[in-house]
Design a protein. Sequence first.
Lengths: 280, 280
Amino acid sequence: MEKLILDGTKVAEGVKASLKERVEELKKKGKTPCLATILVGDDPSSETYVRMKGNACQKIGIDSKRIHLPEETTTEELLAVIDELNEDEKVDGILLQHPVPSHVDERAAFERIDIEKDVDGVTSFGYGQTALGFGKYPSCTPAAILRIIDDYEIPVKGKHAVVIGRSPILGKPVSALLLNRDATVTTCHSHTQNLPDIVKQADIVIAAVGRPEFVKGDWIKKGAVILDAGYNKGNIGDVDYDACYENASAITPVPGGVGPVTISMLLKHTVDAAEEKTFN
Amino acid sequence: MEKLILDGTKVAEGVKASLKERVEELKKKGKTPCLATILVGDDPSSETYVRMKGNACQKIGIDSKRIHLPEETTTEELLAVIDELNEDEKVDGILLQHPVPSHVDERAAFERIDIEKDVDGVTSFGYGQTALGFGKYPSCTPAAILRIIDDYEIPVKGKHAVVIGRSPILGKPVSALLLNRDATVTTCHSHTQNLPDIVKQADIVIAAVGRPEFVKGDWIKKGAVILDAGYNKGNIGDVDYDACYENASAITPVPGGVGPVTISMLLKHTVDAAEEKTFN
């Protein structure tokens, strides 16, 4: 059977190349797209993620406005910072790096982000619009999964997609996006019974569990397409790659699969938002 | 096998009895809950629905403010009416009867309803909050289905629920509510392949297709619970009742199943909204 390795790095390069051109067009009109990132506290991996996102912006000419708040920041203080960024005309997108420290009401902070600047797709409002089919900025990992599907022209309509995971920024929105593309969608989670039997029916498997090598090779129907959104310690995905590769017709590697495309979707949404302001 | 007929009329009576008491409490505090209904045009069945809802309000002491706009109402005119009702302190809930005439942008009208008054659960914002687990007013038919499940203590956690239909006010939100109750949820629709095989796996079947007797008896696993949200001409549900009854352990009849509870959920949300204003 022919095997397709879904090369996220290549997909991301394609996205970024076209963004670079769009950023240049915007700059000719006097507008530089700007992503504001907020980091609360000193979690080293969060710091790394925010830095990566800032660097990715820089590479294609997007300004990044980095705000680093101390660990002891209160919810109210964080909300005030978000309010300021909502008001700031230079800022096109706002990214609040999660998790925030446990004493902060993360949901309240997410909800405070202006829908027009919610380029990371974290508000319930944005989620609702996405699920009902007219959202502008779905959260970035689901958007990345759909982008890979589109770039590789993987058929979705009428296919059975099984999503393992139901988080607000991954399992739920990717289920919604696939449903809107006319897939039959089953959403699974920790309480799902007979998970292997359910996954075995899938034409498309989305692994979004956050547990290393959770999805086993004998769960996979011959010819299924596997998209692994997991990213666990040691660069390990949610899918037991070698075993699943055997049965799959197409699969994303980790690293180099969904991850790089996710960041490019954040950049794309930021440019989309800047264009919306500039051209509309 | 023991059979349970899920008696929606009885469930609705229970809901309304408790609402009556809550309305009396509110009136003692000088507040009468008020539902505004908007009907655009002269569709006879829409007129009937709006009248039924108004009468149901009256019976438990809720004021209803009925607004009937002519067929030729423009989107802008309708939005202006909604804006007024959003501002009106006396109005606790707003129901826009759908469908509106085809020249009106129904989605724009729904979206204009203030989230605090969206007791019919039609806004994308309300949908997003419901799906992420903190919505106050899910749309009324999904809320009714969950209410029947609760009243009859039907287990949901870990069960496989198959929802047939994916409309914004029925299939999608009921899928979301069941997922949040820890069911494994499969959402099916017109592009689903092998629908009978998928339904056959369901512990809980939600029929929300809008086609008479669409769900056949041999699609039903022995012991499944069937909730029929269909309401087609001639009082016929989406489920072939007699045939499905054979295999089911519990089933809603049509009429007298989901329908009456739906209206009681609209009343409940209106009272909830009035209490929120009065006691908070």
